[in-house]
Design a binder for this molecule. Structure first.
Ligand code: MOS
Length: 707
C-alpha cells in the first residue's frame, strides 16, 4: 500500500542538483530573444512610436508595435487572462501594457534596444484608486454566473433579530511572485507551433493559443517539465505567450521570452483588493439567523475578472438566510486573476473576523460559536456534504493548540513585554473536478511509466501519481515514473483550484487497474510475474489507458475544511505583530502522501501569514502604477517571520468525490490563516483591525496610549 505513505519527493534530487529543467532553462538552437516594452502610462493613446533607433541597434531582427503586428482574434477572459490582446491598437488600458516587442540575437541586445523605442503618449485621465472608485462599483457576472446569490429571506432575517454585527473589511492587492518567472520559447515548423511554456495547464494553453492565433489546436504542442510555482498567475493565457508565438511565426525562427521580475507585476494578474461588508445576525444563544456578505472587488478595463470572494460563504454555517453579492470597480490596471487562495481565501478574511466580533458581542467563545452553527448539509445547495470532518478538526486543533487555557479578555495574556493573543478561524474551499485521461505501460524490465499532460507546479505530482499507480499494481513506487507537461500526452486538466490529485489521480488509478487486468490476462497475477508476462507476449510493453470524468450532477456538496488556530505576540511599545505559532487541522478526504501534503499546507500557512501581516502591492495613484515591482518593496514572509507551524489532517475516505477518496488541499492551506491571525491580534491588543495586512500603524494607538 503506497497510498498514505510519507514518501519523499521522487523528483527531489533532480531539483536540488539542478537537473530539473525549467522553461527558461530550455536551450533551443538559434533562438532569438524577445523583450517587451511596457507602457509607462495607465491611460490614453500612443500618439507616435519611433522604432527606428531600436531597429538600428546591433543584433536587432525586428521590432513589433501596434503598427506592424498581425491581427489576433478577439478573446474572452477566461480562458485568456485578459480580453485586450497585445499590440492590436494604439489605446492604453493599463501601465505595463506591452507597446512594443524587440527581437534580437541576444537577450542583452534585445534589452538594450527595447530601451531605445521612443513612445509618445497622448495621456488621458485615469482611475487606478480602488477606494476612490467604490461609488461606481458595477454588477458584472462572475465566470458567467450571476454576481448575487441568496438562500432564504435575508432582509427579514436581519431585521427581526437579537444581536447584529456589521463591519467593513478590506484586503489588499497582492502579487503571486512565483520564484520562476513566466517564460516561453516558441518554435514553428511546417505550419506547426511548438511552445515551451511555464504554465499550470499545457492543454488549456494550447487551446487558448489556438483561439488567439486562429489555428487548429492539434497543430500546437505545449510543454514543460517543471514549473517553479504558479499560484494562479500561470493559469490563463497572457499577452507575452501570444507575442512569443506570433514573433516566432513572423520571423520563422525560435523566439524566447522571459518576463523580468518587474514585468511580472503587470503581465499576468494579481489578487485584487477588496472591500467587504459583512452583517451577521444571531439569537442570543449564538445561533445565526442571517449572513450578508457584500463584496466589492478591484477590476480592470482590460479583462473581466471578478474575484468570487463570497462564493463559499453560504456553505459555511447553518444560517437559514445568507446573501452574497459581488460588485467590481473597473480601473486602469492590468486584469486581476485567481491567486492562492482565491474565492474563500479572500472572502473568509471578512466573514471569519466578523464571526470573532460576533463571539465577543455575544460573550460566547469563538470556537463554541462555530460549533453552535455547525452544519452537516450545505445550506446553499440543500445537499449533504460529501464528507465533512470539520468538527474533528476543531477538536484536534483546539487540543494541539491548547485553546481551553486561553483567557477570553483581550489584553489578558502576556509574555514579558509581549501581549499575547490567540485567535481561530474556519477554512473551507470548494472542490473543483475535471475530466482526465492517462496512459500507463509496463515494460520488459518491469518499469512502469505513467503518461499524462498534467504539470508539476511544485505540489508533488511526480511523487503522488506514481504512488497511486504503485498502490494498484502492488509495486515499489521507485519502479514507477511519470512523464508529464506535454499536450502530446493524454489530456489532463490545469493544476489549479486544487483539482490535480482528485481529477488526474483518479485517472491514474483507473489506468493502473486496467493495466493490472491486462497483466493478469497475460498470466501475471502477482507483481513478480509482470515483467515476464510482457516478455511472453513478445511486446516492448503492455499498455492501458484510463480516464475519469466527474458525474454531471453531484449528489453532494463538496468542500475541503480546516480549523486554524494562531498565536501572536505584540510588543506594547513597538507594535509589530509577530506570529508565534499556528496550528492547522484539515479534512480533505484521503491524504495520498502525508509528507507532500504537509508541505502544501505549511506553504499555505506561510501565504496566510503574508496575507495577514505583510503582502500589499501599493499603488502610486499619481502615476497609476504599482509602486514596488520587486521583492525588495513587496513584503513576503521570510524565515524569521515564520514560526512553528503544526499541520495535521483528519483523514477519511470521501466516497462521493471520486474513486480516490481524496479532495483538494492546494488552496486550502492559505485560507483561514489571515482571519485567525487578525483575531489573535485583537485578542492581544484589544484593537480590532478590519483590514489586512495588519501593519504596526494600525496598532500605534495602543503604543501611544501606553506612554
Ligand atoms: Mo490556483 S489560484 O487556482 O492556481
Amino acid at each position: 500500500m503506497s497510498i498514505g505513505q510519507a514518501i519523499s519527493r521522487l523528483d527531489g534530487s533532480r531539483k536540488v542538483t539542478g537537473r530539473a529543467k525549467y522553461t527558461a532553462d530550455v536551450e533551443v538552437e538559434g533562438a532569438l530573444h524577445a523583450v517587451l516594452v511596457p507602457s509607462t502610462v495607465p491611460s490614453g493613446t500612443i500618439a507616435a512610436i519611433d522604432a527606428a533607433p531600436a531597429e538600428d541597434a546591433p543584433g536587432v531582427v525586428r521590432v513589433f508595435t501596434h503598427l506592424n503586428t498581425p491581427k489576433l482574434a478577439e478573446m474572452t477572459n477566461p480562458p485568456a487572462g485578459q480580453t485586450i490582446m497585445p499590440l492590436q491598437g494604439d489605446r492604453i488600458f493599463y501601465e505595463g501594457q506591452p507597446v512594443a516587442m524587440v527581437i534580437a540575437d541576444t537577450l542583452e541586445r534585445a534589452t538594450e534596444a527595447a530601451r531605445r523605442v521612443q513612445v509618445t503618449y497622448r495621456n488621458e485621465p485615469f482611475a487606478t484608486d480602488f477606494i476612490a472608485g467604490l461609488d461606481r462599483a458595477e454588477a458584472r457576472p462572475l465566470f458567467g454566473l450571476p454576481p448575487d446569490s441568496s438562500v432564504g429571506d435575508i432582509e427579514a432575517a436581519l431585521s427581526g433579530t437579537n444581536v447584529r454585527v456589521e463591519s467593513v473589511y478590506g484586503t489588499a492587492d497582492r502579487h503571486h511572485n512565483p520564484m520562476e518567472p513566466a517564460a516561453v520559447t516558441a518554435l514553428w515548423q511546417d505550419g506547426r507551433l511548438e511552445v515551451y511554456d511555464a504554465v499550470q495547464g499545457v492543454v488549456d494553453t494550447r487551446n487558448t493559443l489556438a483561439l488567439a492565433l486562429q489555428m487548429e489546436p492539434q497543430n500546437i504542442r505545449v510543454r514543460n517539465d517543471f514549473v517553479g510555482g504558479g499560484f494562479g498567475c500561470k493559469g490563463w493565457l497572457w499577452p507575452h505567450e501570444v507575442l512569443a508565438a506570433l514573433a516566432a511565426r513572423e520571423l520563422s525562427r525560435p523566439v524566447k521570452l522571459v518576463l523580468t521580475r518587474a514585468q511580472s507585476y503587470t503581465s499576468h494578474g494579481y489578487q485584487p483588493a477588496s472591500r467587504q461588508t459583512v452583517t451577521l445576525a444571531a439569537r442570543s444563544d449564538g445561533a445565526l439567523t442571517g449572513i450578508r456578505h457584500q463584496s466589492v472587488l478591484a477590476g480592470s478595463l482590460s479583462g473581466d475578472h471578478v474575484e468570487p470572494s463570497g462564493w463559499g460563504t453560504p456553505a459555511l454555517y447553518a444560517s437559514p438566510a445568507t446573501q452574497a453579492t459581488h460588485r467590481v470597480v473597473r480601473l486602469n490596471r492590468g486584469n486581476p486573476t485567481p491567486m492562492r487562495a482565491p474565492l474563500e481565501g479572500v472572502g473568509l478574511i471578512a466573514v471569519e473576523i466578523a464571526m470573532d466580533e460576533l463571539a465577543y458581542e455575544l460573550g460566547i467563545d469563538p470556537l463554541a460559536l462555530r460549533l453552535r452553527n455547525y452544519t452537516e448539509i450545505d445550506p446553499a445547495e440543500g445537499k449533504p456534504f460529501s464528507s465533512k470532518k470539520l468538527r474533528e478538526c476543531y477538536a484536534e486543533g483546539a487540543r494541539r493548540f491548547g485553546w481551553s487555557s486561553r483567557t477570553v479578555e483581550p489584553r489578558s495574556m502576556r509574555d514579558g513585554r509581549n501581549l499575547i493573543g490567540q485567535g481561530m478561524a474556519t477554512a473551507l474551499f470548494r472542490t473543483f473536478r475535471s475530466p482526465a485521461k492517462v496512459r500507463i505501460g509496463l515494460d520488459q524490465s518491469g518499469e512502469v511509466l505513467i503518461e499524462t499532460s498534467t504539470q508539476e507546479i511544485g505540489t508533488g505530482v511526480y511523487t503522488i501519481f506514481p504512488q497511486i499507480a504503485a498502490d494498484v499494481l502492488q509495486m515499489p513506487v521507485e519502479r514507477v515514473s511519470l512523464s508529464l507537461g506535454d499536450t502530446n500526452l493524454p489530456e489532463s486538466p490545469m493544476n489549479a483550484g486544487s483539482r490535480a490529485t482528485l481529477s488526474t489521480g483518479s485517472a491514474v488509478q483507473d489506468a493502473a487497474a486496467k493495466l493490472k487486468a491486462k497483466l493478469a490476462e497475460a498470466g501475471a497475477t502477482t507483481p513478480d510475474g509482470y515483467a515476464e508476462a510482457v516478455a511472453r507476449q513478445g511486446v516492448d510493453r503492455i499498455e492501458a489507458e484510463g480516464d475519469w470524468t466527474p458525474p454531471e450532477e453531484a449528489t453532494h456538496a463538496m468542500y475541503s475544511f480546516g480549523a486554524i488556530f494562531a498565536e501572536v505576540g505584540v510588543d506594547e511599545d513597538i507594535p509589530i505583530p509577530r506570529v508565534r505559532r499556528v496550528v492547522g487541522v484539515y479534512n480533505a478526504g484521503r491524504i495520498i502522501n502525508p509528507k507532500t501534503a504537509r508541505s502544501q499546507m505549511t506553504g499555505g500557512v506561510v501565504w496566510g501569514i503574508g496575507q495577514a501581516l505583510l503582502e500589499k502591492s501599493e499603488m502610486d495613484q499619481q502615476h497609476g502604477r504599482f509602486l514596488s515591482k520587486n521583492l525588495a518593496g513587496y513584503l513576503v514572509p521570510v524565515n524569521a517571520d515564520v514560526p512553528e507551524i503544526d499541520v495535521s489532517f483528519v483523514d477519511d475516505f470521501d466516497e462521493h468525490v471520486g474513486p480516490l477518496g481524496a479532495r483538494g488541499i492546494g488552496e486550502l492551506g492559505a485560507i483561514g490563516v489571515g482571519a485567525a491571525i487578525a483575531n489573535a491580534v485583537f485578542h492581544a491588543t484589544g484593537i480590532r483591525v478590519r483590514e489586512v495586512p495588519i501593519r504596526p500603524e494600525h496598532l500605534l494607538a495602543m503604543a501611544q496610549s501606553s506612554y
